[in-house]
Design a protein around this ligand. Structure first.
Ligand code: AMP
Ligand code: MG
Length: 417
């Protein structure tokens, strides 16, 4: 007992141990559609102006501003000499007393220096003339060359996350392929003879598998590709074969179960033998047991293995605190953690001193005072996933007597509150 307590390490030590051993994945060229969610590994300089030509911001008429200067006092009538839609160009030149019907995005015709929106006009003579009811200044409703992006501008630096809008900008300057940090492919498996995942009736002692289903989703949400390796029985040969195959085909492995002190903890037995593992007891609750190490693949790659505990809530917390930041680091992210805010506990978050930091699952949101307010989601047992599933934050309740009502507490935000 004493030995176990002495072996307990602070969370920061476990985190550092993991992060130091998770190297950034190689860079690769990627087409934009596949690059969304990855991290850019090069600077991107705009090779083109956006827009590439001056064009109309409205559906209406391209005019000479000087011709319509008096339109506020008395409407002005102009001859409509041509029509131009987006994707076309007019070869006509707008002269004095003339206009060209123009659609949004169509190039500005020569001679015109402003556009009037169709709502401020009236079609006359079947469209051959137009009455303009509003004066506009030169340049009105025109989108100039390079208004959005100037050629030669450095748009993005290495480390930028390729969000959908960033991908849109890259597409707009014809950067169809970019150098990115490879997205991690992560193997997920759960272990335990008691686990049933095929819908069959539960026999005595059996339970439904839940962790793998959850972890597959969490890995995907972290931005990785997932390979589901299913439920592996508490059988050393089967587990070794699965782990070796996973190491050969993936960038990281996430297991659940079998990492604590039980006699049938075969994950521990197998990984101790085939990988360079550290078996940890961490001063947190839940998720005290955790294992991390490197399994050498056939091609010599050192594949990180995250051995998460089997209790579902522990699995979730362990993934959040250790695996998610590490996977994000592997994929080149500079911000690897969720945001933490100083929140107000609208109810006491009681606890007793036990040498551990408690990650209390809470639900909260912004109050009228602009602060985040939280309450416990209820059942805090490491087997009570149903309560935890309602949480959108972890209150970090340090060792001691807890947080009094209306006291402040750091909260890791799992989703926007
Ligand atoms: P273990 O870490 O394997 O000792 O498991 C700890 C507890 O978590 C036991 O009650 C297991 O039955 C349960 N457990 C382990 N793996 C899973 C899983 N994949 N889904 C649901 N419960 C699990
Ligand atoms: Mg087990």
């Amino acid at each position: 007992m004493f030995a176990t307590v002495l072996g307990v390490i602070p969370e920061s030590e476990a985190r550092e141990y993991v992060l130091q051993r998770c190297a950034t994945l190689p860079e690769q060229r990627s087409v934009l559609a596949d690059a969304i969610g990855t991290v850019l590994a090069e600077s991107v300089v705009a090779g083109e102006d956006v827009p590439p030509f001056a064009n109309s911001a409205v559906d209406g008429y391209a005019v000479r501003a000087a011709d319509v200067a008096g339109a506020e006092a008395a409407p002005v009538e102009l001859d409509v000499i041509d029509e131009v839609a987006a994707g076309a160009a007019s070869s006509a030149t707008v002269g004095e007393g003339q206009a060209i019907r123009i659609m949004t995005g169509a190039p500005m015709p020569a001679g015109a220096d402003a556009c009037v929106m169709v709502e401020d006009t009236e079609r006359l003579d079947g469209g051959s003339r137009v009455r303009i009811g509003r004066a506009v200044e030169a340049g009105a409703a025109i989108r100039g060359v390079g208004d959005d992006v100037h050629v030669g501008t450095t748009l993005f630096e290495p480390g930028a996350i390729i969000t959908p809008s960033v991908a849109g900008v890259l597409a707009s300057v014809n950067a169809r392929e970019v150098l990115v940090v490879r997205r991690a492919t992560v193997a997920v498996l759960s272990t335990g003879d008691e686990l049933v995942d095929d819908g069959s009736p539960l026999q005595p002692g059996q339970i439904r598998e839940s962790n793998k289903t959850m972890l597959v989703g969490m890995v995907r949400e972290a931005g990785c590709d997932v390979v589901d390796h299913g439920v592996v029985r508490d059988d050393e040969a089967a587990l070794e074969a699965t782990l070796r195959h996973a190491a050969d085909t993936c960038d990281a492995i996430v297991t659940s179960g079998g990492v604590s002190m039980g006699d049938y903890d075969v994950v521990k037995a197998v990984l101790s033998r085939i990988a360079d593992m550290r078996w940890m007891q961490i001063a947190i609750k839940p998720a005290k047991p955790f294992a991390f190490g490197l399994l050498t693949a056939s091609d010599g790659r050192q594949v990180p293995v995250f051995g998460l505990p089997g209790n579902p809530v522990s699995s979730l917390v362990s993934f959040e605190l250790f695996a998610r930041p590490a996977l994000r680091r592997m994929m080149g992210h500079t911000v690897i953690d969720r945001p933490t805010v100083e929140a107000i506990a609208d109810e006491p978050l009681q606890r007793r001193p036990d040498g551990k930091t408690h990650y209390v699952r809470v639900r909260g949101g912004f109050g009228p005072d602009g602060r985040v307010h939280v309450r416990s989601v209820g059942g805090q047992g490491s087997h009570q996933l149903a309560a935890t599933a309602a949480a959108n934050g972890f209150a970090v309740v340090v060792d001691g007597d807890g947080v009094p009502p209306s006291g402040t507490v750091p909260v890791i935000l799992l989703s926007v509150v």
